[in-house]
Ligand binder design. Structure first.
Ligand code: GLA
Length: 511
């Protein structure tokens, strides 16, 4: 079954018989700006802003209600009971205290609805926020019941946190596989897709086991702790009044999220909800944040108050050329290809258009700095044919211009050139051994058929010690599936354990 947002890839689907794949989800999440004061009115206002300010057209489609939406109460049959004043009827004929009201409202704006729970007994119980401690806000012992309920209410997305999963010392891979199976059961029950957002904070290396966990067709997994403690500006709370965001918050989340060998088409490292435009962020910091999240093809759940975004922040969030980098069908993370002086970094990644690279030049230092790019480090032959400044939508006229990057800023480039010739591996093998990536990570493009009707998980084992999972969703009829992925440095073997995948083409590009 194909669940993914095909519309964002319509151009590519027309060009090739590619199987289903999805970009990392985009939307809004309540936590960073509203924490546990979230309620129906706030969610309606944010959803309206998303639908009216052009973000929806740009591809932001999910409205996700994070923790604080219920306080742990269940009825005698174990069904979740919510506060009727927090979630009242919105339209005539609806009942107070029914989460279907808000999901229906979000849908009425042409958006998708998301909700939150914990894999353990309790949620984070409002930590690190200042609310009272509520127990039993998790789904442990109720997975099937809760996920069916979320789906019946009309939710399309569920973020599953790890607060008491961690406290109870559970094994993430085991627990989230149960969650994934309960979600599949819910999907069968209602016929509605329920996207799984794993929020395990990277504590048990989810990049090794989350891709394709229990046969999920597309997943995201959080790679670190919270980018910031929430900043609820309307709260008269001295703790909140002190909070503001620094560049370090953004850079730390980006760095914790770099697991490029695990990420591939449809399966994404989650660097956390975005903080663009929030207290402490400048326009330059917004550019760094946006640039890094699109370069990483990370989930883009904006955690800001959408009713108060400045024109500059909004226009950056909607920048079409930047979002095209985010939505690139390979969906890869970048590699740091150069750091000529400490803090001055060049990050690059291959895009699905042959010979195209997305490049970010990040200046983490306190002063403006010139940068010269060595194009050979991007796996290109000679100098590029064209260079585009993504923020301003303009081509550079010089073939090899000199770049000067202001302090704490980021320049985003789209570069077109010629790929170095790839090494090609014969088709129809069940194991491909000894792929050489001795000089560091290499980029690979796999075309495959998977007629099993299920997601196949292929192990990529490397002498570098990294063993990652490549999840390959099913293909149908004569369709060809495609996955772009990065091989860890060293010698890598691909073993198609499940024997259900036919390799049509594997090309490995030197980089
Ligand atoms: C954890 C998660 C956050 C948020 C809060 C809610 O800290 O990492 O993203 O969901 O819980 O309490």
């Amino acid at each position: 079954m194909c669940y993914v947002a095909l519309v964002r890839f319509a151009f590519l689907l027309a060009a090739s018989a590619t199987a289903c794949f999805g970009a990392a989800p985009m939307g809004w999440n309540s936590w960073n700006s509203f924490a546990n004061i979230v309620n129906s009115q706030i969610v309606q206002q944010q959803a309206q802003a998303l639908a009216a300010n052009g973000m929806k057209e740009a591809g932001y489609e999910y409205v996700v209600i994070d923790e604080g939406w219920w306080l742990g109460e269940r009825d005698g049959a174990g069904n979740i009971v919510v506060n009727p004043r927090q979630w009242p009827a919105i339209r005539p004929g609806q009942k107070d205290g029914d989460m279907a009201n808000i999901a229906d409202y979000i849908h009425s704006l042409g958006l998708k609805a998301g909700i939150y729970t914990d894999a353990g007994r309790d949620g984070c119980s409002m930590y690190p926020d200042s609310g009272p401690k509520y127990l039993n806000t998790g789904s442990e012992g109720h997975y099937e019941q809760d996920f069916v309920q979320f789906s019946k209410w009309g939710f399309d997305y569920v973020k599953v946190d790890w607060c008491s999963g961690a406290e109870e010392k559970r094994e993430g891979a085991v627990q989230y596989a149960q969650v994934a199976r309960a979600i599949q059961h819910a999907e069968k029950t209602t016929g509605r897709r329920l996207f799984l957002s794993i929020c395990e904070w990277g504590s048990q290396n989810p990049w090794f086991w989350a891709p394709g966990v229990a046969g999920t067709e597309s997943t995201i997994w959080r790679t670190g702790g919270d980018i910031i403690p929430p900043v609820v500006e309307s709260l008269e709370d001295p703790e909140h009044a002190k909070r503001f965001i620094t560049l370090k918050n953004v850079l730390d989340s980006f760095e914790a999220g770099m697991h490029p060998e695990a990420q591939h088409t449809g399966y994404y490292n989650d660097l956390d909800m975005m903080v663009m435009g929030m207290r402490g962020m400048t326009d330059a910091m917004d550019r760094v944040h946006m640039g890094l999240w699109v370069m990483a093809s990370a989930p883009m759940m904006v955690g800001s108050d959408l009713t108060r975004l400045s024109p500059a922040t909004l226009s950056l969030l909607k920048n079409r050329e930047a979002l095209a980098i985010h939505n690139d069908p390979y969906g890869l993370q970048p590699i740091k290809v150069a750091e000529p002086t400490p803090g001055l970094q060049v990050w690059a990644k291959p895009m699905a258009v042959a010979g195209r690279r997305a490049v970010a030049i990040l200046n983490r230092t306190d002063s403006s700095a010139p940068v010269k790019i060595d194009w050979g480090k991007l796996g290109l032959v000679g100098t590029p044919r064209s260079l585009r400044d993504v923020w301003n939508g303009r081509n550079f006229t010089a073939a090899d211009p000199a770049f000067s990057i202001p302090a704490h800023d980021l320049l985003l480039l789209s570069v077109d050139g010629e790929d170095k010739k790839p090494a090609e591996y014969p088709a129809n093998q069940s194991d491909i051994a000894g792929i050489q990536a001795t000089h560091g990570p290499m980029f690979a493009r796999l075309e495959y058929a998977n007629a099993s009707g299920q997601v196949a998980v292929v192990r990529v084992k490397s002498t570098s010690g990294l063993s990652t999972a490549l999840a390959l969703p099913p293909t149908h009829g004569s369709d060809t599936g495609m996955a772009g992925f990065l091989l860890p440095g060293g010698t890598a073997d691909l073993s198609f354990e499940a024997q259900i995948v036919a390799v049509r083409k594997l090309a490995v590009y030197s980089w």
